[in-house]
Design a protein. Structure first.
Length: 300
């Protein structure tokens, strides 16, 4: 890991934000999914606090429907870097009757994560939750501040956010409130991939092209070889070479046809892409305001 001074303004900004979080909050946590953005945050945190250890735990809200490659990578990364990992499971929220499991063709646990996340924030009294959301991902996320205040019910009010002028980050919050922090808010998908290439960061193999059993639905490509993704009897399995641009809940995350088997090829593919990475996330297609509604309810 290169710890010399960087000329990358995006990296410098993210490191500044991470240091401000530790300076201004008592119990920060990094929301970790095992995806490329949260992995990038871990590298940035390593640089921000080198030669010390990352001074906050990682929190994974486990839907139980994650890609196995992601979970294997998560556990290996945490062990190699000696990080503290907290895992809270959506299944427990279901078992306790706090949320109801969806059924049917478009059933997903992605929406159910909100309750589990808010319970974890309350359990550990986290006052700052660091996440890998970027403004280029989706129009609701473009409204976010870097320090985005949530009320004591975990809800986001997009009309009541603070101005952020000249990199002045205001971490003052009232009792019960917490802040979601987005250090790579100003990055694009291409920025993230270019940084992964530059830093030689290891990521889960699912991001690279591989042969996989899949089926087609609604113009998207879904993983077939598991018991999670709902399938109709007439949805036929075939083997294609695909990769995943995003690695959310298996039940709502589609693959893309690709021959990009290494980081250089992935970066070139992203440069030429004509749709966003969240074009393969069916949960964002439930309505025009799907993401905004989830954020108002306390979603990441």
């Amino acid at each position: 890991m290169n710890t010399t001074a960087s000329i990358n303004p995006l990296e410098n900004e993210a490191i500044y934000i991470l240091r401000e979080v530790v300076a201004q909050f008592e119990r920060p946590v990094l929301l970790f999914s095992g995806g490329k953005d949260s992995i990038t945050l871990v590298r940035l945190a390593q640089k921000a606090f080198y030669p010390g250890k990352i001074p906050f735990p990682l929190l994974h809200i486990d839907t139980g429907h994650n890609f196995p490659e992601t979970i294997e990578f998560r556990d290996r990364l945490v062990k190699e870097l000696g990080l503290e990992l907290i895992v809270r499971k959506v299944q427990q929220s279901i078992d306790e009757g706090k949320v109801i499991e969806e059924t049917g063709k478009y059933a997903s646990r992605n929406m159910l994560q909100t309750s589990t996340l808010l319970d974890a924030i309350e359990e550990f009294k986290f006052d700052a939750c660091i996440g890998g959301a970027r403004r280029d991902e989706e129009k609701a996320r473009a409204k976010e501040r870097i320090f985005s205040v949530r009320d004591d019910f975990g809800q986001w009010d997009e009309k009541n956010q603070r101005p952020e002028l000249f990199d002045m980050l205001n971490g003052e919050i009232n009792l019960g409130q917490n802040v979601r922090v987005f250090p790579i808010s100003n990055w694009t998908e291409l920025d993230v991939w270019s940084y992964i290439e530059q830093e030689n960061i290891e990521i889960p193999s699912i991001y690279f092209a591989h042969k996989r059993k899949v089926f087609h639905r609604d113009g998207l490509i879904w993983s077939f070889d598991d018991d999670i993704v709902y399938r109709e009897e007439d949805e036929v399995c075939e083997e294609l070479t695909v990769r995943f641009r995003t690695v959310g809940d298996m039940s709502c995350t589609a693959a893309v046809l690709s021959d990009a088997g290494d980081i250089v090829s992935v970066v070139q593919e992203i440069r030429e892409a004509t749709i966003s990475e969240r074009g393969a996330r069916i949960d964002d297609k439930r309505s025009e305001a799907a993401m905004e509604k989830r954020k108002q309810q306390g979603y990441f």
